[in-house]
Design a protein around this ligand. Structure first.
Ligand SMILES: Cc1cc2nc3c(=O)[nH]c(=O)nc-3n(C[C@H](O)[C@H](O)[C@H](O)COP(=O)(O)OP(=O)(O)OC[C@H]3O[C@@H](n4cnc5c(N)ncnc54)[C@H](O)[C@@H]3O)c2cc1C
Length: 466
């Protein structure tokens, strides 16, 4: 007698052919991971090439009781693509065409499997860019960016992904194809389904096409490095810049530990003896950039920076940014694995949050190095650890949980931009009461009563309808 998963696999193979459905356990193992490092084996992997194929795959999976886990590049850090209940991994990488670029209407229409950087490269010759630029932009897909509502260094000025999505084509859990939003900038009439689906982590729909709002490339940019002997002074600079009504494109912070691991790796030019550095970028017309850079230098010096310097040319600008972009990779060299935390606090509580993170690291005897989208109050404390050392794993987990609790206590959020996945499920009740969680569960039940789409993610599992 065949199990449901065997029947489901056989039905998928029959529909799409044996070459297009991975069923061998060694192949499936390649889709058991994401950037959390945890592993769950799925029953099958399928690479749809059209919306119609997504519809058919979702219908087959549903009929055979297989959960469907949409997957982009698998770079999420919250367990979002782990097939925790087995089922079908829908790898969206072959739906990777840029369908249209319309500079006049400022819209790019893309399939979900397009890597973020490919869109940026295609837009540049038109003089445009897409504002959401997660650190993973070289590999992460636009479908993944939409499903996680991703942020990035430039979201301080331009907003996160949801601020730039105009329309979506999605496949619902029953296989129905729905278009939400539109090409206009005004909010669509009726319920704002776009706002619901962006950031839903693949739990409400599979995204099969995206209309993105694109922006003209700023005529001029300048990157400024501010160096500090005291972390507090760096955090004070961030508040002072905001209070001065300046809106830099980004303000990124690296603490002492992060500088120490980035610098030998990237040779970015961050002084090894600094307690913190800020990487500040301003953009706009050349005159506006000149004015803002001068004012920022004044503010940073007045707040205690020991050195402030602007990148003199593109090569120096690229080197400064490389240090920030490789932060995760550099931290990953410190041990066999690195745990990435993602919390947000109100900007004026940054110093307290950073000091709390340091104290928690000391308490649990784990190394913590921190990089932050400081302008947004979004911290990424990274904890290198050895998964084979069970004692260290337990201490890492305890420290991690305390960091989240401390940031929520400071008025923050359990996640800034990496999503809930499975990782943040236990901490959601720190932020939401039962009533708020119940509303989310009701929405899930209404759109996906059989829990077909990415079950066990983003929100606590809803009670079954009886
Ligand atoms: C080095 C590094 C740096 C990073 N920097 C940032 C950063 O600066 N800002 C930030 O926000 N994040 C960052 N991330 C996290 C991650 O890269 C983002 O969440 C990214 O958007 C995930 O894209 P992906 O294609 O890898 O999606 P995946 O990891 O494959 O999937 C992420 C989620 O989206 C769902 N999904 C994927 N495709 C679809 C689809 N077509 N339809 C419906 N659901 C779908 C999945 O089910 C899953 O829940 C970083 C990660 C790494 C490893």
């Amino acid at each position: 007698m065949w199990s449901t998963s065997e029947q489901g696999r056989a039905a998928l193979v029959q529909a799409f052919g044996p070459r297009r459905v991975l069923t061998d356990s060694r192949d499936r193992m390649a889709y058991a991971y994401d950037a959390t490092g945890e592993k769950y084996l799925c029953d099958a992997v399928f690479f749809p090439e059209s919306t119609a194929e997504v519809v058919e795959a979702v219908r087959i999976a549903r009929r055979h009781g297989l959960p469907v886990v949409p997957r982009g590049a698998g770079t999420n850090i919250s367990g979002g693509t782990l097939p925790v209940r087995g089922g079908l991994v829908l790898a969206m990488n072959r739906m990777n065409r840029i369908l249209a670029i319309d500079p006049d209407d400022r819209i790019a229409a893309v399939q979900p499997g397009v890597p973020n950087i490919q869109l940026q490269q295609a837009l540049a010759p038109h003089g445009f860019f897409f504002a959401a630029d997660p650190g993973s932009h070289r590999v992460s897909t636009l479908g993944g960016n939409v499903a996680e509502n991703s942020g990035g260094p430039h979201c301080l000025k331009y907003g996160v992904t949801t601020n730039h999505v105009r329309g979506l084509e999605v496949v619902l859990a029953d296989g129905e194809v729905v278009r939400v939003g539109g090409r206009t900038q005004e909010a669509p009439p009726g319920y704002d389904l776009l706002a619901l689906l962006v950031g839903a982590e693949g739990t409400l729909a599979v995204v099969t096409a995206i209309d993105l709002h694109i922006l003209p490339l700023p005529p001029s940019r300048r990157t400024i490095l501010a160096v500090y002997d005291q972390l507090e002074a760096a955090a004070t600079t961030v508040s002072a810049i905001v209070a001065a009504r300046l809106v830099p494109a980004s303000i990124e912070l690296l603490d002492r530990g992060m500088i120490a691991c980035v610098e030998p790796f990237a040779h970015a030019g961050y002084p090894a003896d600094a307690d913190a550095v800020l990487l500040i970028e301003v953009d706009g017309t050349p005159a506006a950039v000149e004015r803002a850079a001068a004012r920022i230098a004044e503010i940073a010096t007045g707040s205690g920076a020991r050195q402030v310097r602007s990148a003199r040319d593109q090569a120096e600008q690229d080197a400064l940014w490389l240090g920030r972009r490789v932060a995760y990779g550099a931290a990953a060299r410190l041990s066999a694995h690195v745990w990435t935390q993602d919390v947000t606090v109100p900007r004026d509580r940054m110093v307290e949050a950073l000091r709390a993170v340091e104290a928690i690291g000391r308490k649990w005897r784990v190394q913590v190095v921190t990089v932050a989208h400081a302008g947004d109050g979004n911290l990424h404390p990274l904890i290198p650890f050895n998964p084979q050392d069970h004692d260290e794993v337990e201490r890492m987990k305890a420290a991690d949980h305390e960091i989240v609790a401390a940031c929520v206590k400071l008025g923050g959020s359990v996640t800034g931009e990496h999503g809930v996945g499975i990782d943040k499920l236990p901490t959601l009740p720190l932020q939401y009461g039962p009533a708020e969680l119940e509303v989310m569960q009701r929405l899930k039940r209404a759109l996906d009563p059989d829990e077909v789409l990415n079950p066990g993610k983003a929100i606590p599992a809803p009670r079954r309808n009886v």
